[in-house]
Ligand binder design. Structure first.
Ligand code: NI
Length: 182
């Protein structure tokens, strides 16, 4: 089932997410719905706050024809290591049609629980590392535009305020997504 997609600057995107404590069937259903919503929006990641739930949960799917099963769920995650700083052009399903080059890292080690509550550790590079850090930041109430310098950030926020409706409509016109702006 597709979930409503939350568009910036909805306040849930600024909240610090709460840990998940119960690993049951309804959590598995929620994860399936988040994955479906991510795929409908053609994203490589989606975090629970982006569907209006302030929970420490995100999914990343960097699958390619060469690496077809790169979908994973991260619950109550912690970043163990981030290094190799780099500038990367990022986008976000909650800021559709907006892309900016921002500082991030291309090497990350993360620990998280999976849908059954089992802890795992993953080492990621390049796009996958960038996607993991992007989604992790959503759980702290932080968006990629927060990593722009103050001048660019203000310009980008003004640009977004003016163009949000148009960009959202244009980006998702061929999808079944339902967006929530406030
Ligand atoms: Ni995002």
């Amino acid at each position: 089932m597709l979930l409503d997609l939350i568009i910036y600057p909805h306040p849930v995107l600024k909240a610090v997410a709460k840990p998940i404590e119960v690993f049951d069937e309804s959590l598995s259903e929620l994860i399936a719905n988040i994955v479906e919503t991510m795929h409908e929006g053609a994203g490589v990641g989606l975090a629970a706050p982006q569907v209006g739930l302030s929970l420490q949960l995100f999914v990343v799917d960097t699958s390619t024809p060469e690496e077809p099963s790169a979908l994973r769920t991260y619950i109550n995650p912690r970043i163990i290591l981030q290094d190799k700083p780099i500038l990367w052009e990022e986008g976000c399903l909650s800021l559709p049609g907006l892309y900016r080059e921002v500082p991030t890292h291309q090497h990350v080690i993360i620990e998280a629980r999976d849908a059954r509550g089992e802890w795992f550790r993953e080492e990621a590079h390049d796009l996958r590392a960038v996607a993991i850090l992007h989604e992790f930041a959503h759980l702290q109430g932080s968006l990629f535009i927060d990593r722009l310098n103050p001048v660019k950030r203000n310009l980008t926020k003004k640009y977004w305020a003016k163009n949000a409706a148009k960009l959202t409509e244009h980006t998702y016109r061929d999808t079944k997504l339902h967006c929530k702006m406030n």
